[in-house]
Write a new protein. Sequence first.
Length: 269
Amino acid sequence: MFVDSHCHLEMELFEKDRKKVIDTCIKEGLVYILTVGTEEKYFEKVIQLIDENPSVYGAIGIHPHNSRDLNDALIPKINKTLTHNKIVAYGEIGLDFFKNYSPKDIQVDAFKKQLKLAGQAKLPIIVHSRNAKDETLQILRETKGNDAGGVMHCYSYDLDAARKLLDMGFYISIPGTITYTSAQKLVEVVQYLPMDRMLAETDAPFLTPHPHRGKRNEPYYVKYTIEKIAQIKNKRVEEIAAHIHDNFKRLFLTGRVVADRKQSAAGSR
């Protein structure tokens, strides 16, 4: 019952063999895959993928690298895309002060605007944060995060930040970097994380785990991350996989299913 809670199947690096990759995911035991469209050009591809593949769900948002692109003309398209019943999250959104492809002030403004849009859509948020720990935590505290919850994707900060995020109700998503020998700080976070607040992801095609490091990452490589988490927590792989499966459903699917049922009931009156 493996789950990849964050990947990018819509990206060009999967263009030649996307169907084969998804078929392999199913054979490898993945029951849910969340593909995340990070800019406008990927929105339609995300919709196509989730319509064609029962196990694939989607999220859309404007990545901090593309914060310049968020404008009043784009917001109606975002809102329309968010109404699709298999779009289960808003993201990834946040701050990236490592590469600064968009100026910091524009990133902050786009992050705050998108937190508001996610709240209006009643969707959980997927947060990207790199070299912006204090600023991200401050904005999430000021805006009170999101009533629908959220996850800090591809976690790379320390244990103190993880505690603060957990206190705000966030889930923490562990990437394939946990398999790297340099991941001691992340190992400490995994040791601390409660089982019911943890997710696992590949961020494919990026951040390929050991033993495939150096190659394109694949969603089914999430098994290596889950195996490493099980080793760190001294648990069976099946137990960790089951918790991550349940956590994914609780965060991304339960609220959406309830909302869909309410909408359907209202429409039948």
